[in-house]
Ligand binder design. Structure first.
Ligand code: AMP
Ligand code: ZN
Length: 154
């Protein structure tokens, strides 16, 4: 628990929130400024700032609860879709404003104002391939890498 963290305070019960679900590792509650009707946040009980610093166990637990919430909001509100959005930031760029890992579960409706999350850009295919190589090279130095392209030596 981090005393000055809003989501830690919700997890501990110190700060009120409209809770929707909870389990051993996660809590789901309504966003106080909903982007659409039924906007839910899913957080790990343990304070971790973002997905990069989360253990796989907490992340998988958050993903499982987010999946459950996605099913609930579609069924409960008759949403035509649901977007799972998760922002991480070093504080200088991006969209994260609360630095306790969370997934937004956003029901989508025909008349909602959310639009698309990005506009597709045209890129040089060579640049895309170069970016892929850079990632695989990085993955070779990641101690968590055990499977896949980055685990092979060549
Ligand atoms: P992000 O910008 O991705 O970090 O999202 C943070 C979200 O937390 C925003 O959608 C806020 O509306 C929401 N939020 C902030 N404080 C509270 C709170 N006390 N209870 C519920 N949601 C909150
Ligand atoms: Zn926290």
């Amino acid at each position: 628990m981090q005393a000055d963290c809003t989501f830690c305070q919700i997890v501990s019960g110190e700060l009120p929130a409209d809770l929707v679900d909870e389990d051993e590792r996660t809590v789901a509650f309504m966003d106080i400024n909903p982007a659409t009707l039924g906007h839910v946040l899913v957080v790990p009980r343990r304070h971790v700032a973002d997905v990069m610093s989360a253990g796989a166990d907490d992340w998988l637990a958050v993903a499982a609860t987010a999946r459950r919430m996605a099913r609930w909001v579609v069924a409960a509100f008759g949403a035509g879709g649901v977007d799972l959005v998760q922002a991480n930031s070093d504080g200088s760029v991006g969209n994260q404003t609360v630095f306790h890992l969370h997934v937004h579960v956003l029901p989508r409706y025909h008349d909602d104002q959310l639009g698309s999350w990005w506009s597709p850009q045209t890129a040089d295919p060579a640049e895309i391939t170069q970016a892929a190589r850079r990632l695989v090279d990085h993955g070779r130095r990641d101690p968590e890498t055990t499977l896949g392209l980055a685990s092979t030596t060549s």
